[in-house]
Design a protein around this ligand. Sequence first.
Ligand code: G3P
Length: 230
Amino acid sequence: MRLFIDTGSVAEVEEIARWGVLAGATTNPSLLAKEDGDPADIIRRICELVDGPVSAEVVAKDAKGMVAEGRALRTLHEHVCVKVPFSAEGLAATRELTDDGHPVNMTLVFSPNQALLTAEAGATYVSCFMGRLDDISVDSTQVVSEIVDVLRQSDTETEVLAASIRHPLHVVTAAALGCEVATLPGKVLKQMLEHPLTTSGIAQFEKDWESRPEFGEWLAGLVATTNAPA
Ligand code: G3P
């Protein structure tokens, strides 16, 4: 499962992109509204930092307006993927934009029916929100499982993107259910790093290595000779 970062923070993308694990990013009006600076610069900078699609969302309510905004956002950078909120107008806009060759991420999808319509409109990604479903006591695992199943049964290229990820278990669930992509806040990506046995293992290796100072000298010498200018 490919991992995207879900943020409007350039600093957060700069910090995490160097891990080499990001395949894309997603923004939305709420995430961008938290940031200082020009949205165009933020979106462009995130596109430069991640070597993959970066979702930028339209805010118009009618298909004509969504298409116009989508085309405009696509001029910012070749990595821009147009994010369209789910609605009948959104479906019409998705059909027109994807027919013109623009990638579309249909967002705010919460049911298999919405996902089926999204796929038939030709969307590149369908973003189903796990956290927001759980917030209203709807089992997100069940909904995402149904969405993956119904899209697998239909010959669609639309990929399932698990969004509104709140904790690392959502990531494992999305991967286990067969989602092609998950978009994660930086906080969750950092939580995924953690395991007490990894931390204690590194500390023990360090302690044991330092108990033999001659080993450190040997390795330093090897590094020096290996990296000496030719
Ligand atoms: O960016 C879309 C989505 O991941 C945001 O979800 O619930 O964290 O606002 P949420």
